[in-house]
Design a protein around this ligand. Structure first.
Ligand SMILES: Nc1ncnc2c1ncn2[C@@H]1O[C@H](COP(=O)(O)OP(=O)(O)OP(=O)(O)O)[C@@H](O)[C@H]1O
Ligand SMILES: [Mg+2]
Length: 511
């Protein structure tokens, strides 16, 4: 049997790192082949070789049975290999259609055939049913919409191989569903798809086979249907986990309220949100895409304009015109935005510098400056706890894998003296081993008296990591469910608006 694409004993070295150690990998026609492994395992390196952006130091690549040297991304495209990476390549100032046809404009003599281009890209985007007009400028699209445009661009010319590096990390549930449909369609047409992901649950839905990598090596290739999450985690980490979710300690009964929100309304659709968060508590915030759960996090730090309502920290009202991420930071409230990938990181600087200076420098004095030795110890400690690879404070952030860059962004917040953490999807793009470490870390933070508002689209995180779960539906907080009473079924009923608590949480607060 000839494979569509095959890597045989491929090796890739970076200064001081053996990123791929004689890795073999085979992709069949018409299969979705998932590639999993911890952050830094070598997944992106391998697919970058297929996509022509990296050259291997050893080993061979075959396409349809013939050896090939993939010389450049352009060459890979000519060979029918297309990749969509996390860093999008679209030009924000151009329209959707212009982006899709960039470099391969359909031309009539002397002029660009704009209407024809638009018509074709419209047909292409029709697949996505995502309401994206070809004439819209890319800068006016949301991140998930941009990602879909990127995929439309990659699939326009019927590639043989489609590589998706963590496609669902920047997609909402709805767009993930759209992508699944598209991928199944391409698979039926015989396209081979490499699907990199940290969300193991999606493998059972989309993948035919799964290859596990660890420390630059190939560990196993299995039929997706024949594997289990436990087995995969063990293969990925080399360890067995008794349990993924740490045991939740109850909030002390006398724990004071640290954050209180009353009647919050916003321009973009938050309606009368009231909630309280106590010291020692993790309050999960769940809901469908568009339910407003992300808006809520943004609103609390002034990134979403308010029309009414009150926010109190430790009993003190924060004036609406004083609301900003920096002002909140001064009050000990730290916000982690959802699309953190590389955001705000100085990629040419070291891990140490990024964790300790960077964007918040100006406010250091107010937050309480850590002296140097203590600072370095804290950095070393977070490198260890978050298993940042390489574990070197002097490493350039640019050379870290995607997930490890995320961990640096996370550590930057954790290192400060923070009372309230507002986290929007903090475990996105992070491998399972580290997710477990993050849950443990959150539990430890709350044991020490901090409080966490944990916004997540991961049902299991809502069920297992949070003391209470607030459910958002169409801009309203429709229910707050204690951990003991939370079940997937129950939460979903609220997610879909089939049920609501009388008065949401407001009645509880008023008491
Ligand atoms: N340009 C580079 N220079 C130096 N080291 C690099 C470079 N690119 C990657 N590495 C290292 O190679 C190893 C593999 O990285 P890779 O990006 O392939 O990981 P990954 O499996 O994609 O991880 P993630 O899930 O975090 O995206 C890591 O140790 C990383 O630090
Ligand atoms: Mg990667």
């Amino acid at each position: 049997m000839t494979f569509l694409l095959r890597a045989h004993e491929v090796t890739k070295r970076f200064p001081g790192v053996l990123a791929l150690d004689r890795v073999s990998f085979e992709l069949r026609r018409g299969e979705v082949h998932a590639l999993v492994g911890e952050n830094g395992a070598g997944k992106s390196t391998l697919v970058n070789i297929f996509a022509g952006s990296l050259r291997p130091d050893g080993g061979t690549i075959e396409l349809e049975g013939r050896p090939v040297q993939i010389r450049s991304p352009h060459h890979a495209q000519e060979l029918g290999i297309r990749a969509v990476f996390q860093q999008l390549s679209l030009v924000p100032a151009l329209t959707v259609a212009e982006n899709i046809f960039l470099g391969r404009e359909l031309t009539a003599p002397g002029l660009l055939r704009k209407p024809a281009m638009r018509a074709r890209s419209l047909a292409q985007l029709g697949i996505f049913d995502a309401g994206i007009a070809p004439t819209t400028r890319v800068r006016d699209l949301t991140v998930p919409q941009r990602y879909l445009v990127e995929i439309a661009k990659a699939t326009l010319e019927h590639p043989k191989v489609l590589i998706l590096d963590e496609p669902t990390a920047s997609l909402t549930d709805r767009e993930t569903g759209v992508l699944f449909r598209l991928v199944r369609e391409l698979r039926a047409q015989g396209v081979g798809i490499i699907w990199i992901t940290h969300r193991l649950e999606e493998l059972y839905e989309i993948a035919d086979r799964v290859t596990v990598m660890r420390d630059g090596r190939h560990v196993a290739t299995l039929a997706a249907q024949e594997t289990t999450t436990d087995r995969l985690i063990t293969l990925m980490t080399g360890r067995e986990y008794e349990q993924i979710y740490p045991v939740l300690q109850p909030v002390p009964p006398d724990a004071p309220t640290i954050l209180e929100v009353r009647g919050l309304c916003s321009v973009h659709g938050l309606r009368h949100i009231s909630l309280t968060l106590r010291r020692g508590e993790i309050l999960g915030v769940g809901g469908l895409i568009g339910s407003g759960k992300g808006l809520l996090g943004r609103a609390l730090v002034g990134l979403e304009p308010l029309t009414a309502g009150e926010i109190r920290i430790g009993g003190e009202t924060v004036r609406a015109d004083h609301l900003s991420p920096h002002a909140m930071l001064r009050r000990g409230v730290m916000y982690f935005p959802a699309d953190r990938r590389g955001e705000g990181l100085l990629t040419n600087r070291s891990v140490l510098e990024n964790m300790t200076i960077a964007a918040l420098e100006r406010f250091e004095r107010l937050v309480g400056l850590l002296e140097k030795g203590k600072e370095r110890r804290a950095v070393v400690e977070y490198i260890r706890r978050l298993a940042i690879v390489p574990p070197n404070p002097a490493a350039r952030v640019r050379n870290l894998s995607g997930g490890n860059q995320q961990k640096v962004a996370l550590a930057r917040g954790l290192i400060r003296d923070t009372q309230v953490f507002i986290m929007d999807e903090p475990t996105q793009g992070i491998d399972v081993g580290t997710k477990i470490a993050i849950y443990e870390l959150l539990h430890e933070l709350v044991r020490q008296g901090a409080a966490v508002l944990f916004i997540t689209s991961d049902m299991l995180e809502l069920l297992h990591v949070c003391h209470r779960v607030a459910v958002m539906f169409e801009g309203e907080l429709v229910a707050t469910i204690p951990h003991e009473e939370a079940s997937e079924e129950r939460l979903l009923q609220y997610f879909f608006g089939h049920m609501r608590e009388e008065g949401g949480q407001s009645s509880v607060d008023a008491a």
